[in-house]
Design a protein around this ligand. Structure first.
Ligand SMILES: N[C@@H](CCC(=O)N[C@@H](CS)C(=O)NCC(=O)O)C(=O)O
Length: 260
């Protein structure tokens, strides 16, 4: 998860093979997901598994200095993600950045009419509003402030006042954002959507920082339901074991609460 400072080493040889692999997969039309699975890459990873799509995960971690010095990393920045960030999805010749946009693209293209409201509808506008609130207010303005100015303070500088303010901001926004879960199984409507995939990653991140307390039991129950999905297990168990383990705690708690 993005909040983790650990933990993932990229084999430089993997990097060296990135572009060969890319041209191979284009021939076969297998989607490529670039990124480190404990980062926001987990979002599209979970979505790809939920939709049971074929894909290849190309490990790339922009935080590993050695990887940054390779020619292929330079090519990654010039040809795949000019910001040098992850994740990026390559679907044939279509290159797409931004984890939330990738998730929604996968729903639109491969969700067979499920997982996301129809583009252009009022319902879709409401859905988009929730996605924007998540990525701007809950992620960028809150959780990422912590990541930037604590985990990555050597790059972005220390800013304790900003981090404290971000936490206070989060504590105000988060209960409002998640209130729907008091009475609903999912964040939008009666069935799972791409938004739930995004929320699972983001809420686990918040929980790992201890930013919301157990009194929001409906959020924990929600995570219990989401983490119990086979697609979550396939996406996280192998690639993000720490997050998987913490996800499983919610499943246990949810099951015992509901006597399952
Ligand atoms: N809004 C972007 C954020 C991308 C992002 O910041 N990714 C982090 C990993 S979770 C990254 O690549 N960090 C490397 C860096 O900041 O140089 C998204 O959701 O895809």
């Amino acid at each position: 998860m993005c909040g983790e400072i650990v933990l993932y080493k990229i084999d430089i040889q993997d990097v060296d093979h990135i572009f060969n692999a890319l041209s191979e997969s284009r021939k076969l039309h297998i989607m490529k997901l670039f990124g480190a699975p404990f980062m926001r890459t987990a979002r599209p990873l979970f979505m790809l598994e939920e939709l049971e799509l074929e894909y290849e995960l190309i490990p790339i971690n922009p935080r590993v200095g050695a990887a940054k010095n390779t020619k292929d990393y330079a090519e990654y920045m010039s040809g795949v993600n000019p910001y040098g960030k992850v994740p990026t999805l390559v679907d044939d010749d279509f290159v797409l950045n931004e984890s939330a946009v990738i998730v929604n693209y996968l729903c639109d293209q491969y969700g067979k009419g499920n997982y996301i409201p129809k583009a252009g509808s009022k319902e879709r506008a409401k859905y988009d509003a929730l996605c924007y609130t998540l990525v701007i207010e809950i992620d960028a303005q809150s959780l990422y402030m912590h990541r930037k100015h604590i985990g990555l303070k050597h790059i972005y500088g220390e800013a304790p006042t900003a981090v404290d303010a971000a936490k206070t901001y989060f504590e105000k926004q988060f209960p409002i954002y998640t209130k729907v879960l008091e009475s609903n199984q999912y964040m939008f409507g009666d069935s799972i959507t791409g938004l739930d995939i995004l929320c699972t990653h983001t809420f686990l991140w918040a929980k790992s920082l201890g930013w919301y307390k157990d009194d929001l039991s409906y959020v924990n129950n929600y995570l219990g339901r989401m983490c119990a999905r086979d697609s979550f297990k396939r996406a996280y168990e192998k690639h993000v074991p720490n997050t998987y383990t913490s996800g499983m705690k919610y499943v246990e708690r949810y099951n015992s609460r509901n006597k399952l």
